[in-house]
Design a protein around this ligand. Structure first.
Ligand code: ZN
Length: 161
């Protein structure tokens, strides 16, 4: 669905993350919009060891549920007429016992008026207060946009004007 160039640009830098800092990748092509997040697990559930205890597993389940409610994580301009076509949320915490683990969330939309998608508002900060910064990058046929988002500055600009 997406061209190789866009997918390549979207690949997350796997490796050590910094606690408090999440990543956001946005790709727009034609009417397709894809938004991906990667959060350090500690900022989502407060731990990064493998979830073995029932109480830890419950925290992971609850967080995944929250991440799948896209409307609580991001807000898109109504004028862009975007319809959710796919949502996925995952965490390594259920399988892996690593020093660092992540939560990933992916949302795909079909936007009838992509030209109206001039901003994306990120609401995740209010649900995960220990996320201080989200490093956002967007790629489209028109170019590339980058921003460091915070709770106070949570609007990702996708146009120069
Ligand atoms: Zn970590």
């Amino acid at each position: 669905m997406f061209s190789t160039i866009l997918l390549y640009a979207l690949a997350f830098s796997h490796g050590t993350h910094t606690h408090g800092i999440a990543e956001m990748k946005v790709a727009m092509e034609g009417k397709e919009l894809e938004i991906e997040f990667e959060f350090p697990a500690v900022d989502i559930v407060g731990f990064e060891h493998q979830a073995k205890k029932d109480s830890d597993k419950a925290k992971v389940d609850q967080a995944l549920k929250k991440l799948r409610e896209h409307g609580t994580i991001i807000s898109l301009p109504k004028a862009a007429k975007c319809q959710l076509s796919k949502v996925e949320a995952d965490s390594d915490l259920l399988e892996e016992d690593e020093e660092h683990n992540d939560f990933e969330a992916e949302y795909e939309f079909r936007c009838e008026k992509m030209a109206e998608l001039k901003i994306i508002k990120v609401l995740a900060f209010s649900h995960f207060p220990s996320v201080n910064k989200i490093k956002a990058v967007a790629v489209s046929a028109n170019g590339q946009f980058q921003a460091d988002l915070t709770k106070e500055k949570n609007v990702f600009q996708l146009s120069d004007d």
